[in-house]
Design a binder for this molecule. Structure first.
Ligand SMILES: [Zn+2]
Length: 68
């Protein structure tokens, strides 16, 4: 099952943006290795330009990603 996160942008029109886990991974910092195990280096929050309007930004926090 594909996990999808829905976040509204902070622009006037509050557009609903949807991201799959794979799409969000493109924004992660490079995966780091901890004791030979790959570990996702999740940033505290991602700021992504809204897909639907020019002024809006979508804020995705680490907590939201972890709870997907
Ligand atoms: Zn927007």
């Amino acid at each position: 099952m594909i996990k999808i996160i829905q976040v509204r942008c902070n622009g006037l029109s509050k557009c609903l943006n949807e991201f799959t886990e794979a799409e969000l991974e493109k924004y992660y910092k490079p995966t780091i290795m901890v004791r030979g195990q790959p570990k996702k280096n999740l940033p505290e929050r991602l700021v992504i330009s809204c897909r639907y309007c020019a002024e809006g930004k979508v804020i995705v926090t680490r907590k939201m990603i972890e709870e997907m």
